[in-house]
Design a protein around this ligand. Structure first.
Ligand SMILES: C[S@@+](CC[C@H](N)C(=O)[O-])C[C@H]1O[C@@H](n2cnc3c(N)ncnc32)[C@H](O)[C@@H]1O
Length: 263
């Protein structure tokens, strides 16, 4: 399995300064920290609780390294993961037997295939606005198309005000072999206001120590991130065709929306 040692070796070999994408090249690092900071079992129970008892098939959008997939697979008959990142998909395929598909949430549709479609784990925060076109609206429309009539959509998001520019957080994640020190700085983006809410940037500094090999590498990366006006996102959900959109409290991340495709 691709893991932290591979990331350390890659960073060690790369030219300086290394450019590393947080959700692809550093996917094993993302997986290492998320596994330690989030309760994905609770996320899967949340999905099961918020969806009809007769739901059997689930599309997991932006499945990342497969934690949501793994948990949800215990509650439903058929679960399929979708993600853009080849490395995330590789990790997800190693973690679970559920099929995973390389797909862009903005454009990929599996017409009327699923009883449930989720975009969880803070994923819509990373869907950008490009040339005035909001990827979140496109992803909502694709999710709608991929649901059977009567199907249920779930997503989670950070509410407006969550992205506090200048905020610095430091955390340590450890296994028996590795220690990861992570510092995250939040900044606002110059053109950061969209009609669905604000845009900022997370800048990450990592120090990864292999306590067995006795070496340490440092790597930095950053990603744009969005917060959402509750009314704006509920409106976009209804605008994609959904009905009965309501707010819920997901177990791990911000606020949730549950909505239904009309039967
Ligand atoms: C913050 S991670 C969340 C991953 C996973 N949901 C979790 O909870 O661990 C965001 C994920 O969204 C994926 N992603 C970003 N843009 C995407 C797009 N347009 N289509 C599909 N996946 C996308 C990234 O590759 C990454 O795996």
């Amino acid at each position: 399995m691709r893991g932290l040692r591979d990331v350390m070796d890659w960073v060690g070999r790369a030219d300086t300064p290394v450019y590393a994408t947080p959700y692809d090249e550093l996917a094993p690092l993302y997986a290492f920290e998320r596994e330690r900071m989030r309760n994905y079992q609770a996320v899967a129970e949340f999905v099961a609780r918020e969806t009809p008892d007769d739901a059997r098939t689930v599309g997991v959008g932006a499945c990342g390294p497969g934690f949501v997939l793994e948990g949800v697979s215990e509650h439903f008959d058929t679960v399929v993961g979708f993600d853009l990142s080849p490395t995330m998909l590789e990790l997800a395929a190693e973690r679970t037997a559920a099929p995973v598909v390389a797909a862009d949430l903005r454009t990929t549709v599996a017409p009327e295939t699923f009883d449930v479609f989720t975009i969880l784990g803070g994923s819509i925060a990373h869907l950008p606005v490009i040339d005035g076109a909001d990827s979140v609206r496109a992803a909502l429309e694709s999710a709608y198309e991929s649901l059977r009539p009567g199907g249920v959509f779930l997503c989670d998001f950070m509410r407006q005000g969550a992205l506090e520019s200048g905020r610095v957080t430091s955390d340590t994640f450890a296994s028996e072999r590795f220690t990861v020190e992570r510092t995250v700085i939040t900044t606002g983006e110059p053109d950061g206001q969209t009609d669905l809410g604000g845009v900022g940037r997370y800048t990450f500094a990592y120090e990864i120590t292999d306590d067995v090999a006795g070496d340490t590498v440092r790597v930095g990366t950053s990603t744009p991130v969005r917060e959402f006006s509750v009314g704006g996102l509920l409106g976009a959900t209804l605008g994609a065709g959904f009905a009965d959109a309501r707010l819920v409290a997901p177990p791990t991340h911000g606020v949730g929306i549950v909505a239904r495709k009309p039967a």
